[in-house]
Design a protein around this ligand. Structure first.
Ligand code: TRH
Length: 386
């Protein structure tokens, strides 16, 4: 796209890992898609390989540079270093406004033509992103211009990350009960756990997990709740009566809890496809739950001054207008509701609305797919800038 067929387009994606594995989920997915679907020569710069390894187990945490899934992974261990114009990619993406090494920026200014430079922002359903998507920010000193690129839920944003073959893969999996059974069995579930209503639970530590578990314990139908190791560990420990390590499980009334190993990203998709309901968080798992086509509840990453509550409401307004039980439970799950929570009642209402949520999930997917996918939208926009 950028060079006459002699070499593939080179792209550098800079990612700082916050909170153990924050943001790497999105960057790893984007990097792989750019390489696989567009033949881009991607270098992913990551500061914390140990956290990265949780979602990409084959990673060598001691290697300064390695190739994984066709992507060059470089350990970004310093802001120092001298770079030449030849080191600079055709497209440079700083994820979530990270500061990239000053030497790299100086080298960018030496390039002819200069690279296309993006700040890829976080996902929000708020309206203001439409006014900021693709805005420019000239460098104060160098002849460089940065563009803001916003994922989003409307045609005036960059859309959502989604691979070209995702829907086909998901549909094949979801229409094959034996594949689901085999997958869940591999994760350690028994036949009766697989037969019950299955829920995956991925959230931040402040979620009211104990209250939800208590509601499920007394629910009319059995629930199997699958929790990745390291999530809600304190609450799990008291329900399990021991360490919340992968493989541990316990049943209390109608609720069976099972701790799962943290699985690679592609298996996490299969987990979402397998479950009747998914509790997800942050950005990447939140988007994957939408592509799973199943009911979900989002735990949004907390921000100062409760800014995240505004973002949550903006999303619920777009997504859950006709699904009041989803909106209600989501607000309580995120501590954003005005009234005290009655968890058994919230769960009963949510559960009754799940068939409608499932139907809505399909319609929503069609709406989101019509926006084009984020990686493709980004490359198309980049091509207009050279
Ligand atoms: O890691 P997160 O908490 O990410 C967040 C968001 O990006 C947020 O905006 C940011 O500010 C914050 O980090 C610091 O949640 P998220 O985005 O869902 O990423 C988790 C990734 O982990 C996702 O790619 C799915 C993956 N995953 C696995 O691969 N295997 C697993 O077993 C599980 C539970 C998750």
């Amino acid at each position: 796209m950028f060079s006459p067929s002699t070499r593939p387009t080179r792209l550098a994606l800079f990612c700082r890992v916050v909170d153990n594995y924050g943001d790497i989920g999105i960057c790893w997915r984007l990097a792989r898609q750019l390489q696989r679907e567009h033949g881009i020569d991607v270098t992913l710069w990551v500061d914390d390989l140990v956290s990265f390894r949780r979602i990409c187990p084959e990673l060598d945490v001691l290697a300064a540079q390695q190739t994984r899934a066709g992507v060059t992974v470089r350990h970004w261990d310093s802001m120092d270093g001298a770079f030449s114009a030849g080191d600079v990619a055709d497209i440079v993406i700083e994820f979530f406004a990270v500061d990239i090494p000053p030497g790299y920026i100086e080298a960018m200014a030496q390039c002819e033509p200069r690279p296309v430079w993006f700040n890829l922002e976080g996902l929000t359903a708020e309206e203001w992103v439409e006014g900021c998507h693709c805005l420019t920010s000239p460098h104060p000193r160098l002849r460089l211009i940065k563009h803001f690129f916003f994922p989003g839920f409307t045609a005036k944003t960059g859309g959502l990350l989604v691979e070209a073959d995702l829907a086909a893969q998901r549909l094949a999996f979801q229409s094959d009960p034996a594949a689901r059974s085999a997958f869940l069995t591999r994760l350690g579930l028994s036949a009766s756990e697989i037969a019950a209503r299955t829920v995956s639970l991925f959230c931040y530590p402040h979620a009211p997990v104990a209250e939800l578990f208590a509601a499920w314990q007394h629910a009319s139908e059995p629930v199997t709740c699958l929790v990745p190791e390291g999530v809600a560990s304190d609450v799990l420990q008291s329900w399990l009566g021991g360490a919340a390590l992968a493989g541990a499980s316990a049943t209390h009334g109608a609720l069976t809890l099972r701790v799962l190993p943290f699985v690679p990203q592609d298996d996490y998709d299969r987990l979402l496809w397998s479950c009747d309901l998914n509790f997800v968080r942050g950005e990447d798992s939140f988007v994957r739950a939408q592509w799973a086509g199943r009911p979900f509840v989002w735990h949004i990453y907390p921000q100062d001054e409760q800014l995240h509550h505004k973002k949550l409401r903006a999303f619920l307004q777009r997504y859950a207008g006709d699904l009041p039980a989803l909106a209600e439970l989501s607000l309580h799950w995120n501590g954003a509701a005005a009234q005290p929570a009655d968890w058994p009642a919230l769960w009963a209402a949510y559960s009754a609305q799940m068939p409608a949520m499932r139907a809505h999930a399909g319609a929503w997917q069609q709406q989101m797919l019509a926006l084009g996918d984020l990686a493709g939208n980004l490359l198309r926009f980049a091509a207009t800038l050279r």
